[in-house]
Design a protein around this ligand. Sequence first.
Ligand SMILES: O=C(O)CCC(=O)C(=O)O
Length: 393
Amino acid sequence: MHLDPFSGSGRSLQFISMSPAMSQREDDPILECRFQKGVKHLCESGITSLPSRYILPVSERPNLRGGGMNVSDLNFKLPIIDFAQLQGPQRPQVLNKLSKACEEYGFFQVTNHGIPGDVIQSMIDVSKRFFDLPFEERSKYMSTDMRAPVRYGTSFNQKKDGVFCWRDFLKLVCHPPSDVLPYWPTSPADLREAAVTYSQQAKFLYMKLVEAVLESLGLLVGTTMHADEENADNAALKEFEDGSQLMVVNCYPSCPQPDLTLGMPPHSDYGFLTLLLQDEVEGLQIQNCQGKWLNVEPLPNSLVVNVGDHLEIFSNGRYKSVLHRVLVNSSKSRISVASLHSFPFDRVVRPSPKLVNEANPRRYKDTDFATFLAYVSSCEPKRKNFLESRKLP
Ligand SMILES: O=C(O)CCC(=O)C(=O)O
């Protein structure tokens, strides 16, 4: 069975806050037990103010009313990559745009991605219905075992977080399907079918995006190549095809005091690329190079794609794995489905040798999943993220 490199503790958190709320956990086991059951459960109990366990220190709050470095920029639009154009005669121009987006923002939106609307709708619908199930049903999948093919939980890392964030999640390991599918939830009855169909479509799109990314980095030769180059390219792509895939279904219920907490704290993603499907409710923010938080407006029928730590390392720092976080709101609940893809678990990740030279020396150490786990388990509050720890001086 594969390990879950993307578990709550498995993303590179910018920092993990400890707060006075910790004492509440130690002092009040009944309250703590309620918090461990998740925010959906808490909402259903009818709370009207935010328990202190969820209240962030002032400097880490989202500052929804604006001011300072935290203000969101309402005019910001993520670069759009038209996937249909990427497959046609305009490919070179679209590859340029893709390259710029990965260098400047680490994020882009994909339109005309080819995943049928009913597949997307079923995935969102079944996700909502999963979180609407009675807690007893959802809790069957609660686990702190990072090897589990299915994990239901709350916050980011509910065993470690000092302040909890306002989200519940369902994590589904997707690869290899024959090993993991028998463990996926049986309720709602159509969950497996909807999730497996969506995950396969997401994987197909991911592979096409990987080809585009490699080509934009000058690592794939394109269509008119010699047989030996073609073989090398096929071998490179095969490794991605055999790579890991994890789907994280996030549920952010409406929150009585959204200005005091976050749905997800600032983090970067551990893998190569993440494909994010979201409903019509906004909440995602990305941090620009000046430290400013920018709102990502959901664009109908599109997917948000972001560069993960592995791609930043692989590209020797050319493409950026950027911090992002999620805001919650007082009137609407929100669902998102992140499909995280990377290399096979046992693969060492390093800058591509073709991207390292005298003018552009190697900028990252080799890394692997074991190093990542060791980092995560020794993570101190306010330590920098995992990616920072892999940078060469
Ligand atoms: O819900 C979102 O918009 C983002 C989710 C996310 O950042 C993640 O799953 O890593």
